[in-house]
Every structure is written in structure tokens, then in C-alpha cells.
Design a protein around this ligand. Sequence first.
Ligand SMILES: Nc1ncnc2c1ncn2[C@@H]1O[C@H](COP(=O)(O)OP(=O)(O)OP(=O)(O)O)[C@@H](O)[C@H]1O
Length: 207
Amino acid sequence: MSLLSVNKLSCVKRDRILFEELGFSMQAGELLHVQGPNGAGKTSLLRLLVGLSLPDSGSIQWRGEDIRRTPGQYQSELCYFGHKLGVNLALNAIDNLRFWCRMQGLPTNQDLYPLLETMGLVGLEELPAGQLSAGQQRRIALARFWLKSCPLWVLDEPFTALDKQAVALLKSRLAEHLQSQGLIIMTSHQSLDFPLPVRELHLEYRL
Ligand SMILES: Nc1ncnc2c1ncn2[C@@H]1O[C@H](COP(=O)(O)OP(=O)(O)OP(=O)(O)O)[C@@H](O)[C@H]1O
């Protein structure tokens, strides 16, 4: 059985149909790369997939159950990286990660310093996130993918503003997730140049 199943999904924004009757399913260990021009509806699709907005028609099933029936259970099984980073600019990196762990019901007493090292943020730990660069702020938000163990990862343009080293770090984390039978849905305007098989979904810009 598919882990994720999308059935006849339609999304309309301001009288424009972004997509309609969209359907696909995904198994463990698959990566779906959602592509298309600006405004095609990629972010809109991802927001539907994580339950942040509702479709105009159609449904999304996770483990055979509509995600609207048990939203709490579904949320606990996914990790989302969207355009809004969810980073508090007044807090430093560690306090941001602790706060996020508390929100997710994860342990908050773990030593987060090694993760800061992984994310290349050592030496910046005292600074409020508002004093960090765009790429550094995104590294804080991306650290979630090292903290939460869950099957479904959904990432909207995760490589934006990252330097080469951070892009390589994230790609290797994504590959690890696939190899351990995780499932990834992501957008990127760049070609993924990924060592593992990638499925592609193209959204057209519809007038
Ligand atoms: N909350 C909203 N209210 C009204 N229209 C919206 C809303 N959110 C998005 N749209 C419209 O939906 C369309 C698709 O937006 P979306 O962000 O999904 O595109 P995208 O494919 O992710 O684009 P990009 O490549 O620029 O990130 C756009 O034309 C946008 O104006």
C-alpha cells in the first residue's frame, strides 16, 4: 500500500485554477521533486500536503487515512520547511531549537551544541537569530531535520541562500533519509543533481 496518496486534488486561488484532479502516490524511500514556473502552485500544493490549507476538492491519504481525520497524528509524522522559517529573531540558535523541540513534543534537555557544529553555526551561538545572515537563519530552521525522526519530509526551496557546503550537507541528509525508507517531497528551481532516483512532478502555469 502507498504511504501517501493524493486523489483528484484541486486548488483555486482568486478564481485561477492552479491545478485540478491532481493525483499521485508515494512509497517509502521515494523523493518527489515538484517543479514549475513562479506562481504555478508548488507552495500551494505543499501547504495542502502538510495540512496547512484545505483543497477545493479531492483528498490526501496518509497510511490509507484522510489527513483531515487525525491531523495531530499526521503532523507528528512529518517535518515541514516552508518559506516562513518559524525562527524567532530575538532568540539565539539553541533557544530557537529548544523552543521548536518543545512545540514538537521532543526532549528539550539534549545537548544541542553538536548539532550547531554540524550546521556550521559554532561561534554564533550567543547571537540572536536576527543578527545572523539569511543562510545562517535557514541553517537553524533546517536543523529540524536532524532533530525530529519522522517518515515524511516536505521542503519548499530548501537550498535558497545556502552556500555550497550547506547544500552538500543538506543533500547528504536527504539521501540518508531516503536510504532509511523516508519519504521526501520538495520544490527547487535548481536541478537536484542527486545520487538517488528522483520522481518529478511538473506543474504548469495555468491562465
Ligand atoms: N493566500 C493566497 N491568496 C490568494 N492568492 C494566493 C495565495 N497564496 C498564493 N496565491 C496565488 O497562487 C498562485 C500560486 O502561488 P504559489 O506560491 O503556490 O506558487 P509557486 O509555484 O510556489 O511559486 P514560486 O516558484 O514563485 O515560489 C500565485 O499566483 C499566488 O498569487
